[in-house]
Design a protein around this ligand. Sequence first.
Ligand code: PHE
Length: 343
Amino acid sequence: MEQLLRQIENYRNEIESIVPNGAEALEAYRIKFLGTKGIVKSLFTEIKNVPADKKKEFGLVLNEFKQLAEAKYESWKSQATESGPGDKSKPDLTLPADTAPLGSRHPISLMRNNIIAIFQRLGFSVAEGPEIEDDWHNFTALNLPEHHPARDMQDTFYIHQNPDWLLRTHTSNIQIREMEKGVLPLRIVCPGRVYRNETISARSHCFFHQIEGLYIDENVSFADLKQTLYYFVQEMYGTDVKIRFRPSYFPFTEPSAEMDINCQICNGAGCTVCKHTGWVEILGCGMVHPKVLSNCGIDPEKYTGFAFGMGIERPALLKYGINDIRLFSENDIRFLKQFTPAI
Ligand code: PHE
């Protein structure tokens, strides 16, 4: 009996000296003192060994001890809950919710949005059109009648069920559709996916993305074309960029040109990107052929216009230092998650 009372006294001292420190220690305390095999329970089993005349006294001491052990537990628990994050036994309702993982924009979308934003500042709006197109809108209206040799410039996927249908080879089909609406002046950029029957490699694919532009009004000149495109590359690559135009041929523009910028990688020193020429081709352009205008019901005597077209993949490869065009369409999450989160 004496020994039991001393033990209880020791436990009491132990409990009183405990400084509450977190949920884990609290749980350990509960198991040690209040658990089914804990100290309080085991002391109660000692009652039967206490002499009958001392039972009452021992019972009183033990009950007091039990209350102390429980009170300590309750006060510790409420403290742990108030202190919040440290307590794993209860959810902390004041914590901000876990954020859902953010996706990221595809590098082609980032580049397309960049390009569109620049032309929007010049008053261009965005127009879109179908990827499955008829021959008229993809070729014939663009001054590429059947058997025209320039059709071979773009290897076309035809649709078996209807030889008049094909996968568009450029987004110029949108320009025809917009011109046919007959609302002038017209100032649009036309982004979209296009298809050509080319062997897939690190540098080319059977589908890719383009943005074409079209401006039709009275008195639109080649000088307008040059200034618009010069503004575009300055916004895109910085005011130091240099441009040059080389004469070229497209059936739907006359005159036609290709525009180069000075190589942004080596700045003229010579590298593999510019094939040691110091220049990189970025787009094709020209004054809309009068025949294209009349094909769409626009009077070529009254109206003139310019058009341009560029791929999106190549500038995106350059901007992000990517060396294989196939990465854009493989949907590999390790590749995609490296780009700016979509907000
Ligand atoms: N449609 C041409 C192509 O896909 C690009 C282009 C558009 C060229 C407009 C000149 C004018 O290659």
